[in-house]
Write a protein that binds this ligand. Structure first.
Ligand code: PXP
Length: 239
C-alpha cells in the first residue's frame, strides 16, 4: 500500500501570513523520511495554499514521486503539462468550497475532463480521476481510458462511527474498479482513527492523506506524524 502525504495545509499556515514559513519543501522531505511513498499537493485556481513556485520547487526536490491534484481549468492543466509531475489527479473544484467536496460526476459534461486527461497523458503524466465510489461513475472513468481512479472517502469519513454501510460501498466500488482494470486509490477525510478499515481493502493500492497528518505534525513533527500513519496502514495490510 502506497501512502502519499498531502502537504497543502503546510502552505495554508504559510499563506495565513503570506510569509516564507513553514516551507512545503521541508515538509515533503520530512514526510519522506517518515515513510511517505509520494507527496501530493493541490494547485487550486484561487492559489489559496500551494503556489506555482511550490510546485516547481517540489518537482525538483521530491525524491519519491509528486502527485499533483488539479481541476480541469486549461491554465492549470497547462502548468501541470509543463512541470510533468509523476501523477496528476483530476478533481472537481469550486471556488467557495472549504475542501474538495465530492468526486467528479463524469456525466454528459465531462468534455473538459476528457480534454484535460488527454493533454496530461500526452505530456507523459499518469492520470487519476477523483470520483465518488459509485459503479456508474467508475464505468465512465474506465471508458475515458485513464489508468487509475481515486475513490472519495468523504462519506465514509463522516459516517464510520455510525455503521459500516459506507465502508461496504467503498469495498464494493474498489472491487468494481479493479475488475474494470483501474488502479484504485482512495482519500479524503482519512484520520489516524478511521484509516485502518480502508487500508485493509485489498484492491486499494494508494492512500492520499493530508489534513490529519498535518494536524498531528503540529504536535509530533512531520516525520513522526507520517511514521505513525505509515505504521497504521502497514498493520492494516498485514494478514
Ligand atoms: N484526495 C484528494 C483528491 C483531495 O482533494 C484531498 C484534499 O485535498 C485529499 C485526498 C486529502 O484529504 P484530507 O486532507 O482530508 O486527508
Amino acid at each position: 500500500m502506497r501512502l502519499y502525504v498531502n502537504i497543502d495545509h503546510v502552505a495554508t499556515v504559510r499563506e495565513a501570513r503570506r510569509t516564507d514559513e513553514p516551507d512545503p519543501v521541508r515538509a515533503a522531505a520530512a514526510a519522506e523520511r517518515g515513510g511517505a511513498d509520494g507527496i501530493t499537493v493541490h494547485l487550486r485556481e484561487d492559489r489559496r495554499h500551494i503556489q506555482d513556485a511550490d510546485v516547481r520547487a517540489l518537482r525538483a526536490a521530491v525524491r519519491t514521486v509528486l502527485n499533483l491534484e488539479l481541476g480541469a481549468a486549461p491554465e492549470i492543466v497547462r502548468i501541470a503539462s509543463r512541470l510533468k509531475p509523476f501523477q496528476a489527479t483530476l478533481v472537481p473544484e469550486r471556488r467557495q468550497e472549504i475542501t474538495t467536496e465530492g468526486g467528479l460526476a463524469l456525466s454528459g459534461a465531462s468534455r473538459k475532463i476528457r480534454a484535460a486527461s488527454e493533454r496530461l497523458t500526452t505530456a507523459g503524466i499518469r492520470v487519476s480521476l477523483f470520483i465518488d465510489p459509485d459503479p456508474g461513475t467508475i464505468d465512465r472513468a474506465a471508458a475515458l481510458g485513464v489508468p487509475a481512479v481515486e475513490l472519495h472517502t468523504g462519506r465514509y469519513a463522516r459516517s464510520w462511527r455510525r455503521g459500516d454501510a459506507a465502508l461496504r460501498a467503498l469495498a464494493r466500488a474498489a472491487a468494481h474498479a479493479r475488475a474494470r482494470g483501474l488502479a484504485v486509490h482512495a482519500g479524503h477525510g482519512l484520520t489516524y482513527d478511521n484509516v485502518r478499515p480502508v487500508a485493509a481493502i485489498p484492491e486499494i493500492e494508494e492512500l492520499n492523506i493530508g489534513h490529519s497528518i498535518v494536524s498531528h505534525a503540529i504536535f509530533l513533527g512531520m516525520e513522526e506524524a507520517v511514521r505513525r500513519m505509515r505504521q497504521l496502514v502497514d498493520e492494516a495490510r498485514t494478514p
